[in-house]
Design a protein around this ligand. Structure first.
Ligand SMILES: Nc1ncnc2c1ncn2[C@@H]1O[C@H](COP(=O)(O)OP(=O)(O)OP(=O)(O)O)[C@@H](O)[C@H]1O
Ligand SMILES: [Mg+2]
Length: 234
């Protein structure tokens, strides 16, 4: 049995007031185990990003517990939460969150908790096919290139858990596949990955799949034979 990294129980997160209240999460129980490639599927508005944000300590739940190696981050102080985000989590945002005044290389090197060795950043950028873009600013890159910078930035941390929100969302089919192949490689090297997407086909490469709808988990299964990223088409 592999070790449990995260165990979440009874997660509730609502936005708005009274009649206009939306339950982004409405009673979610889930876990993440060491070296899983967990894919969270669901339509737009089903609560996927909200769940990922809560797991990554980006925001707080209204109710519930999120145990990270047994310690409840839902009860953590602000300071503890900052340390958790900095030291334990690599996060690839749905909308990149790159700093526009910094170059590609600076974006990858400057995030809190990131490795400050230039050579490592350069190696990761090469792996992402961005070697010729290191001195460009995000505004000079295509959406797909920016998305790859966002992944490079998350990878330039010795994080235990990599959380990716729609990492293929801005990519065409061939760069999307290259992205999945990269994540597959990282998984094979031992990284634990949680990937959120509404692209059902991507679930075929997961070791486990969670399906969300209306802030709830409606299905969950283990994939005994994950397929290779290179065989996925959408
Ligand atoms: N900051 C916010 N303020 C108000 N409502 C929000 C906020 N964030 C999310 N919501 C609502 O919570 C619900 C879940 O949103 P969430 O972003 O988690 O969905 P999602 O599954 O990631 O969707 P998508 O696939 O479109 O990214 C939606 O109804 C959304 O409108
Ligand atoms: Mg989302």
């Amino acid at each position: 049995m592999s070790k449990t990294i995260i165990q979440a129980k009874g997660l509730v997160k609502a936005y708005g007031e009274g009649g206009g209240k939306t339950y982004a999460l409405n009673g979610v129980d889930m876990e993440v185990k060491e070296n899983e490639f967990l894919v969270i599927l669901g339509g737009s508005g089903s609560g996927k990003s909200t769940l990922l944000n809560m797991l990554g300590g980006m925001d707080r739940v209204d109710e519930g517990q999120i145990y990270f190696h047994g310690k409840d981050i839902a009860k953590a102080t602000r300071r503890e939460l900052t340390v958790y985000r900095r030291d334990s989590i690599g996060f690839v945002y749905q909308f990149f969150n790159l700093l526009n005044d910094l170059t590609v290389l600076q974006n990858v090197m400057i995030a809190p908790g990131s490795n400050k060795h230039k050579q490592r950043a350069l190696d990761i950028l090469e792996r992402m096919g961005l070697s010729d873009k290191i001195d460009k600013f995000p505004g000079q890159l295509s959406g797909g290139q920016q998305q790859r910078v966002a992944v490079a930035r998350a990878l330039n941390k010795e994080c235990e858990l990599l959380l990716c929100d729609e990492p293929t969302g801005a990519l065409d089919a061939s760069s999307g596949k290259a992205m999945l192949e990269l994540l597959e490689e990282l998984h094979n090297e031992g990284k634990t990955i949680v990937l959120v997407t509404h692209t059902r086909e991507i679930a075929a490469m997961a070791t486990r799949v969670i399906h969300m709808k209306d802030g709830k988990i409606i299905d969950e299964y283990t994939n005994e034979k994950p397929c290779k990223a290179s065989t996925i088409n959408w």
